[in-house]
Design a binder for this molecule. Structure first.
Ligand code: NAP
Ligand code: F7E
Length: 352
């Protein structure tokens, strides 16, 4: 039985990866950080699985990271733990660097200090945010990086540390450069889930409108469930290599909003000067305002356009995403229309 250690197991990707690896008959260990209230809601369904063990640790604490590696001696490590919110990273740059940059170093050093360099394969959750102010369109494994946030800069450190440990110590250490991937398990304060839960609340009569930031930024949005399959395939190769995973399509936040409302038969019309804070989205049928602009949601530096070319993943890994933009939006809206009716929703949204 293969053993895998997942950091960030309580997050969106942690949920899907745990499901995948348990189905593949792995023994799965999850590093979980201490929280004053339960943070395992995404993996509750697996908690009684005999092949899943959660271990207490924190990526900011090298002692716990090293002890967990020593105790579990995994065949594969998926390093998914991160302060993953780009906008918030501007407010918490030091913490973001500690967890997202030094956390990766701590894990790679834990592998070395436990003499597992030749035994343990390492996957680093790298990101399309590395491309930032993009130097070419679409972005591939060869596109130069230009990070635009404390998050992206911390992830750049982790990207190169992973490459360095591969080159310096011959480790099977790889980067998956993943473009945005979403799902009903996405955190509530990322733009897709924010839109789908708000549309769900509007359609259920629980709110009249919601606010949003930059409508024009474009993202290559895929379905998280398919991306964790790519992560696993990256670690099953004969030799370590870095891969872009993306859909090859890009859409703006504005288009995401329009598509989400279309799922509930509402056509959005935009009124007011385009790109201004006075712009708003109204219901074309009755002129009711459904979307307003909130200048607070704009970032000090924005990533305007991301679109990935995952040809290498298709060629080497046989990985190609099937779920594209429209279907992804439908999956999320359909889920959230029911989700916001649950009693705990009122509590959950205030905690977000
Ligand atoms: P997520 O839902 O925000 O999950 C992040 C996970 O990291 C959570 O389990 C969180 O624990 C954990 N974590 C945060 N700080 C930690 C610490 N100090 N010690 C231990 N664990 C800690 O993120 P995701 O969307 O699943 O993304 C997974 C990884 O891929 C992240 O590294 C992210 O930066 C990267 N990535 C994501 C995307 C995307 O579009 N989703 C694209 C490219 C790369 P709590 O549950 O306790 O908060
Ligand atoms: O923003 C704009 C915002 O926070 C997308 C993370 O998983 O993917 C994610 O990072 C866009 C940005 O994701 C709101 O300005 C407008 O242009 O959903 P997001 P992200 O920043 O792309 C990458 C690949 C990662 O690696 C990260 O970990 O939407 N936007 N209005 C808004 N964004 C948010 N959050 N909230 C708004 O109200």
């Amino acid at each position: 039985m293969k053993k895998a250690l997942i950091t960030g197991i309580t997050g969106q990707d942690g949920h899907y990866l745990t499901d995948l690896l348990l189905q593949k008959n792995y023994k799965v260990y999850g590093l979980v950080r201490r929280n004053s209230s339960p943070n395992t809601h995404r993996i509750n369904a697996f908690l009684n699985h005999p092949n899943l063990t959660l271990l207490s640790g924190d990526m900011s604490d090298s002692i716990s990271v090293s002890r967990i590696v020593a105790d579990t001696r995994p065949d594969e490590i998926y390093n998914l733990a991160a302060m993953s919110h780009v906008g918030l990273s501007f407010n918490q740059p030091e913490y973001t660097a500690d967890v997202d940059a030094l956390g990766t170093l701590r894990m790679l050093e834990a592998i070395r200090s436990n003499k597992l360099e030749k035994a343990t394969r390492f996957y680093q959750a790298s990101t399309s945010e590395l491309f930032g102010k993009v130097q070419e369109v679409p972005q591939t494994e060869k596109t130069p990086f230009h990070p635009r946030s404390p998050y992206a800069i911390a992830k750049l450190y982790s990207y190169w540390t992973t490459v360095n440990y591969r080159e310096a110590y011959g480790m099977f250490a790889t980067n998956g450069i993943l473009f945005n991937h979403e799902s009903p398990h996405r955190g509530l304060n990322f733009v897709t889930r924010k839109i789908t839960t708000n549309v769900a609340e509007i359609v259920n009569g629980m709110r009249s409108h919601f606010t949003i930031g930059n409508l024009e930024s474009k993202r290559d949005w895929g379905y998280a469930k398919e991306y964790v399959e790519g992560m696993w395939r990256i670690l099953q190769q004969d030799s370590p290599k870095d891969f872009v995973l993306a859909t090859g399509e890009t859409h703006s936040v504005r288009e995401f909003i329009e598509a989400a409302f279309e799922c509930v038969d509402i056509k959005i019309e935009w009124k007011g000067p385009k790109g201004s804070v006075e712009e708003c989205g109204v219901n074309a049928k009755n002129n009711e305002v459904l979307v307003k602009i909130d200048p607070q949601q704009f970032r000090p530096a924005e990533v305007d356009l991301l679109i990935g070319d995952a040809s290498l993943a298709k060629k080497d890994l046989g990985w190609e995403p099937k779920v594209k933009f429209q279907e992804l939006v439908e999956i999320m809206v359909k889920h959230d229309i029911e989700y916001v009716k649950q009693p705990y929703w009122q509590v959950e949204k205030t905690l977000c």
